[in-house]
Design a protein around this ligand. Sequence first.
Ligand code: PGA
Length: 256
Amino acid sequence: MPLKIVAGNWKMNLLFHEAEALIREVIEKSPDNENAPLNIFAVPFPYLNLAQNLTQGTKNFAAAAQNCSSFKSGAYTGEVSASMLASLNIKYCLVGHSERRTIFKENADELVAKMNLLLENHIIPIWCCGESLNERKQNKQFDVIQHQMNTEVFTLTQDLFEKVVIAYEPVWAIGTGLSATAEQAQEIHSFIRKSISKKYSDDTANKTSILYGGSCNVDNSKELFSLKDVDGGLIGGASLKSDSFVKIISTMHELL
Ligand code: PGA
């Protein structure tokens, strides 16, 4: 069974004191036992050490970075390397979020470099994929996702691929309040799992956590998390308030 994960992607939100209060509240109010899902806070760089310190004594919480450099080290002003994240004991990092792809023009080569550097540093990439509204309107979602897989995660050896978490995030659903329907999510998740089977093996496919992201919230998380091939969520807006994030974590907990 794939690991069930509820990850909050804070993006560029919250100040330091708000970050601290939110992490403390979520940890305090969430189930934290053997059966609870893995819960991740993907926070801005300046809060990583804080998030790491607050989560390290818990059973089911972890801190994640939202990005890392595609370079190893050196004269790259403003960049943060995978080895720096590792030196803070960070175990997860988002890669290829659609905002990185569209606003910061990150391409497949850079994303592959990032994933390799993260894996060399024993950090699990949470690799994001998904089609735009235009691509969905033209019914190109399967081709787009297959291409993203072929040129990015599928360049990894099977051993390394097995460490990666996948997040399907249709771009048209991110921050719009318009989540994919259960049918749309299940269709793509099952397509992704079948592609992994074809590329690597059934066993690898059955072990891979595939998260859904894009306007996942308190009201739709139960339906989405109940789907056969949905192993959790990558939550943006609804992870910024402790009440909603705790409810989403508890929803997954109740389904386990
Ligand atoms: P959203 O963001 O939940 O606010 O739609 C999800 C994401 O971008 O990871």
